[in-house]
Design a protein. Structure first.
Length: 78
């Protein structure tokens, strides 16, 4: 049951930062950051006993970081 919750939280968090077709670097980097953050957060959270919380926090932080990096890339290309 715990694995199901973790996987669901990671997918939901990653999906929040994605769209069908990323139109710019900010969107695609946010999606990648959210996915990688959920994975890393899930692993770290598992070690401390709260996998789902770690995955959710990791996805949020990774998505925000990915968006920031992608936004700067978009500014350079304009």
């Amino acid at each position: 049951m715990r694995k199901l919750i973790t996987i669901s939280a990671a997918i939901a968090s990653a999906a929040a930062f994605t769209s069908c077709q990323p139109q710019n670097h900010a969107q695609s980097n946010a999606a990648t950051g959210a996915a990688l953050g959920a994975l890393a957060g899930g692993i770290i959270g598992h070690q401390s006993g709260s996998t789902a919380e770690g995955a959710a926090i990791g996805a949020a932080v990774g998505g925000a970081g990915g968006y920031a990096v992608g936004n700067e890339k978009d500014k350079q290309y304009r």
